[in-house]
Design a protein around this ligand. Structure first.
Ligand SMILES: NC(=O)c1ccc[n+]([C@@H]2O[C@H](COP(=O)([O-])OP(=O)(O)OC[C@H]3O[C@@H](n4cnc5c(N)ncnc54)[C@H](O)[C@@H]3O)[C@@H](O)[C@H]2O)c1
Length: 434
């Protein structure tokens, strides 16, 4: 069985490498030829721990290859995993243009039975559109199946998540498709859940929206903590000790970002609207998250009154640690808001600077990228913790202190101990803690 991976971004590349590692013969394709060239030479175009080594090992083994030729990938593969992007449209719904385009291409090149697997995050009922599109455009009367196999990997831990999944969801409507996918994921037999396709599609959106809800919920509790003597970290700890709740995703802070949660919450709201189901609960989740950035800017204003011409050090830009991904990162909203206020930004991130430069090119002195956190702190009137990279959590505060003009520290990720930081002379504020 030959597996074709269409789209070699964060999900597609990890899936291609991961499936090759499971022993399958895999070919990956992408419409961006330079990306394919780079990957073919063993270079990973994104920052994802462990991926480059595994890519190189599987390229050497000979069961993994890459081509920019989508037509040949379709023609030579028995199973096609669709891993293209499904970005957010203006109205919040998922943009299915790329999935539709790939479906048409598959239709045009359908030469023998194929199983088309949706790995991208797609709205429930997408499989019927894919089936209809392939039936409309196919040139030959060849049989095919569509299945759903949503991906749950987390950027920053993607390789390990792919190779040690909590669960493998397989949504199918034929025995043939079920057999093929169960065989592909044979190694994870004990963790496979087979459902119908609508269910599998919905599991993905339901999971991401639930996790986003947990984050917004604890951020709401943080607001209550700030108006009382309660401490949000302890509230979260106390809640998390209840096994029904669990402690993960109960970190108050700047809110969620990334290429999944924000867009998936909004897509699910739109799915609800289309299907006549009121998902206002999720609108609140989104609103609470949006407000996190505003509240952080307010904290800075509370400390500095006027932000115009104030040097603000932004420590961390990626939407979370261990990734270079800045899609929907809280840092973007922060940069926009702080620039509107006329602040001068000195920014640092261990991996995400190049990506951020494509959105906000360097413009001295308004917007400067620093080579180290300490460079970013030089002459700063305030520092803002945006992403909890280890390097930032382990910041030498003595050294930081020497660089700064004013010792104002706004901790958007609750990484420092308030008492310890204050003892060093910092004026410190964090989320939901005194
Ligand atoms: N990034 C994550 O952490 C994550 C996790 C789980 C699920 N997902 C979902 O997986 C999907 C992909 O996400 P991603 O982060 O990998 O996106 P991405 O933008 O990193 O990658 C998508 C890739 O598809 C390619 N592509 C688009 N149209 C193509 C076409 N017609 N032919 C060939 N290649 C094409 C793009 O060039 C790009 O390289 C999305 O639906 C996303 O919601 C993402």
């Amino acid at each position: 069985m030959k597996i074709g991976i269409i789209g070699t971004g964060y999900v597609g590349l990890v899936s291609a490498v991961g499936l090759a590692e499971l022993g399958h013969e895999v070919v990956g394709t992408d419409k961006v030829a330079e990306k394919i060239e780079k990957i073919s030479q063993g270079n990973v175009p994104i920052y994802e721990p462990g991926l480059q080594e595994l890519l190189q090992a599987n390229l050497r083994r000979g069961n993994l290859s890459f081509t920019a030729d989508l037509t040949s990938t379709i023609a030579t593969s028995d199973v096609l995993f669709v891993c293209v992007n499904t970005p957010q449209r203006e109205d919040g719904s998922a943009d299915m243009t790329y999935v539709e385009g790939v479906s048409r291409k598959i239709a045009e090149n359908l030469n023998q039975y194929k199983l088309i697997v949706e790995k991208s995050t797609v709205p429930v009922r997408t499989s019927s559109w894919i089936k209809r599109t392939i039936s409309l455009y196919r040139k030959r009367d060849v049989d095919f199946d569509v299945a759903s196999n949503p991906e749950f990997l987390r950027e920053g831990a993607a390789v390990s998540d792919f190779l040690h999944p909590d669960r493998v969801i397989i949504g199918v409507e034929s025995e043939r498709a079920r057999e093929i996918l169960v065989k592909i994921y044979e190694r994870f037999q004990d963790r496979i859940l087979v459902t119908n396709i609508d269910t599998a599609e919905l599991i993905k959106h339901a999971s991401n929206s639930f996790l986003a809800m947990k984050i917004s919920y604890i951020n709401l509790m943080a607001d209550l903590c700030e108006r009382t003597d309660a401490d949000v970290e302890q509230v979260a700890q106390g809640m998390g000790l209840d096994e029904r709740i669990g402690s993960r995703f109960l970190r108050a802070g700047l809110g969620y970002g990334g290429s999944c949660f924000p867009k998936d919450v909004r897509a699910l709201i739109r799915i609800g609207e289309d299907l006549g189901v009121d998902l206002n609960l999720l609108k609140e989740v989104d609103r609470i998250n949006f407000n996190c950035v505003n509240k952080t800017v307010d904290r800075l204003k509370k400390a500095l009154w006027i932000l115009k011409d104030k040097k603000i050090a932004l420590l961390g830009l990626a939407f979370k640690p261990e990734t270079d991904d800045i899609r929907n990162a809280p840092s973007i909203g922060l940069i926009e808001r702080l620039r509107e206020e006329g602040a001068l930004l000195q920014m640092y991130d261990p991996q995400a600077v190049e990506n951020m430069k494509t959105l906000f090119p360097e413009k001295k002195p308004e917007l400067v990228y620093a080579a180290s956190p300490y460079d970013a702190l030089k002459g700063a009137n305030a520092a803002l913790i945006v992403t909890e990279w280890d390097e930032i959590k382990d910041l030498d505060l003595k050294q930081a202190k020497d660089q700064m003009e004013n010792l104002i520290l706004v901790d958007g990720r609750n990484v420092f101990n308030p008492a310890a930081v204050r003892k060093m002379g910092f004026e410190y504020s964090s989320v939901g803690r005194k």
